[in-house]
Design a protein around this ligand. Structure first.
Ligand SMILES: [Ca+2]
Ligand SMILES: [Ca+2]
Ligand SMILES: [Ca+2]
Ligand SMILES: [Ca+2]
Length: 210
């Protein structure tokens, strides 16, 4: 895996109002049996390390069948919330075994260095920690961001990965340069975003090209 700096830009520090008061914790939203403990704590609703530009906090994990729990907790269900799952773009679309994938991840930083750790459940078994695949399931290991901006993760989807499946990926922005697991928290500062991407067999791609 290698990272390519594809752009650097600055954001304003504003963040939308949040429903939480006093405790500002962001939680993941992948469905069970995925981990429900990943969380990031801040003493403000305007934390200095964010994925994308937006952050909102929740009272607990928001498991959702397609990992949209932190996207859809918006008005009218929650009049003050926003769709803060805005840090990740799967540039190359569906994952294809043995084919390079490009995933763009944006981070907003205010006066600190941020680090990105990320995983994809390539074998679709409900955990992000399998090491039996040729490249494992970690696609970013405390990748540093010196300032606000976007980097593109480039990796090869494992040849033995699940096909015609929903592949859940977890992205965590954090201040721990020593790395982070996909589980556990609350981490001091940062944000977690869970996202879903499809997997397709390479044969299907060849068929569509022909
Ligand atoms: Ca975000
Ligand atoms: Ca959130
Ligand atoms: Ca797995
Ligand atoms: Ca999500």
């Amino acid at each position: 895996m290698r990272a390519v700096i594809s752009g650097i830009f600055l954001f304003s520090c504003s963040s939308a109002a949040v429903a939480c008061t006093g405790v500002f914790v962001d939680w993941g939203d992948a469905p069970a049996p995925y981990d429900q403990t990943a969380s990031h704590d801040s003493d403000t609703d305007n934390p200095p390390i964010r994925l994308g530009t937006l952050f909102d906090c929740e009272p607990g994990p928001q498991p959702h069948s397609v990992a949209l729990g932190d996207d859809v907790d918006m008005p009218p269900a929650d009049p003050t919330d926003v769709d803060d799952e805005d840090g990740v773009v799967f540039l190359s679309g569906a994952f294809i075994p043995g084919v390079q994938a490009d995933v763009e991840v944006t981070m907003t930083l205010v006066g600190v260095t941020g680090y990105l750790s990320a995983w994809c459940d390539f074998n679709d078994d409900g955990v992000w920690t399998d090491s039996d695949l040729p490249t494992g399931e970690r696609i970013a290991d405390a990748l540093p961001y010196a300032s606000s901006g976007t980097q593109t993760l480039q990796f090869t989807a494992p040849a033995g990965m699940a096909q015609f499946e929903d592949i859940f990926c977890r992205f965590r922005a954090h201040n721990n340069m020593g790395g982070l697991a996909p589980t556990g928290g609350p981490e001091n500062s940062g944000e977690v975003e869970d996202h879903l991407i499809q997997s397709l067999p390479i044969d299907l791609m060849e068929f569509s090209v022909d």
